[in-house]
Design a binder for this molecule. Structure first.
Ligand code: PLP
Length: 389
């Protein structure tokens, strides 16, 4: 079989992002037992770090063993009971997936369907709650498939005043975009570390407040999944330390280190960095004659979806960028297949250097493909933006 030597790429796609060197180092440390006193300390530290990064006092803040999809499914199967009506914003690939999960776990969905790239308004949520018996609302804050950033603050107020639970997917927003669990009033929120945290997938941060836990503890029937049962998971992650499953110890090391790095940088500084680099990228793509897939004020700084002309083959563009620049750019997904390029600027990958590099790579790939765009227009506009800010 010989040596194992995967290419070292710059990952500017929809995730994973590149891994932080310190995370890699943490993940090459010695494994200990999942009930070793050392690991119990790591668990407690990780819980505290997750709470801090989510800006919450919730005791139930921990990593779910599995990728973001596991955290999504765990959230849904715990909170949704057979026959429950659930309002779901359906405006992208991951929003659609949440809707499907709600159905698979016995819920009845009240979908709010929007164009992929639009957001769900507070009026739409208010109407859906008024005209149904729904007591759960599920939304994606950062829709990776469309590049849209869903505002949540006002919607959280509405769900709270209607005595409903707000469940949020923050996979591509966590530590890259403003997210206030306690202040806004989000009841359940999950993420995944391979985006803004620059950590491999496998241990997915989640936080659940007492309102949601009370509903879960008082379910008419226990959850059908043993692996994702929050009540059982809590027994292992609380002082009781009751065995449930073997935690992915090395992934927890990595997540812990990634959270330490994020909090050292500071959440506000990170949010500002992601916004500035995205704004520069948008200035660049617009100067080159492209449009974003979203209204400007809803553009997601961590994942920038750029619309491309119909006669451009996005797969060829991506292949040229991969072959020539050893760099990954995301393709359109689902309804947006062949319509957008998705440029991820997440965590350490959100940098001035990568903005200029990505714009230059795109310009060159378009030229090679016979779709010349004005030479240097994109990189000049981004450079000007950086000089002015
Ligand atoms: N939700 C969103 C918004 C995502 O972008 C993703 C993955 O990209 C997921 C959920 C699923 O996460 P994973 O692929 O880690 O299972």
């Amino acid at each position: 079989m010989g040596g194992f030597n995967p290419p070292h790429r710059l990952l500017l796609g929809a995730g994973p992002s590149n891994i932080h060197q310190r995370v890699l180092q943490a993940m090459s440390s010695s494994i200990v037992g999942h009930l070793d006193p050392y690991f119990l300390e790591v668990m407690d530290e990780t819980k505290k770090l997750i709470s801090k990064a989510f800006k919450t006092q919730n005791k139930f803040s921990l990593p779910i063993s599995g990728t973001g999809t596991a955290a999504m499914e765990a959230s849904i199967l715990n909170i949704v009971e057979e026959g429950d009506e659930v309002v779901v914003g359906v405006n992208g690939f991951f929003a659609n997936r949440m809707e499907e999960m709600v159905r698979r776990w016995g819920g009845k969905t009240i979908p709010i369907k929007k164009r992929w790239g639009d957001i769900i308004t507070k009026e739409e949520i208010e109407n859906a709650l008024k005209n149904s018996n729904a007591k759960i609302v599920a939304l994606v804050q950062a829709e990776t498939s469309t590049g849209a950033l869903q505002p949540l603050k006002d919607i959280a107020k509405i769900t709270r005043s209607n005595d409903a639970i707000l469940l949020v997917d923050a996979v591509t927003s966590f530590t890259g975009v403003d997210l206030e669990i306690d202040r806004w009033g989000i009841d359940i929120c999950f993420s995944s570390p391979q985006k803004c945290l620059n950590c491999p997938p496998g241990a997915s941060p989640i936080t659940v407040n007492e309102r949601a836990l009370t509903k879960i503890r008082n379910r008419r029937k226990p959850v059908s999944s043993l692996y994702f049962d929050f009540v059982l998971i809590e027994r292992y992650w609380s002082e009781r330390r009751m065995y449930h499953h073997t935690a992915p110890i090395i992934n927890v090391y990595g997540l812990r280190e990634a959270l330490v790095i994020a909090l050292e940088e500071g959440l506000e500084a990170r949010i500002a960095k992601h916004l500035k680099n995205s704004n520069a990228l948008v200035a660049g793509v617009e100067a080159a004659g492209f449009e974003m897939n979203t209204e400007k004020k809803y553009t997601l700084p961590t994942l920038n979806a750029v619309r491309i002309p119909k006669d451009v083959d996005d797969m060829r563009i991506r292949q040229i960028i991969l072959d020539t620049f050893n760099t990954e750019i995301g393709a359109g997904l689902g309804e947006l297949k062949n319509q957008v390029l998705r440029i991820g600027l997440m965590g350490i990958n959100s940098s001035e250097r990568n903005v200029i590099f990505a714009l230059d790579a795109i310009e060159r790939a378009f030229r090679i493909e016979g779709h010349p765009i004005k030479k240097g227009a994109a990189t000049n506009a981004a450079t000007e933006y950086f000089s002015a800010h």
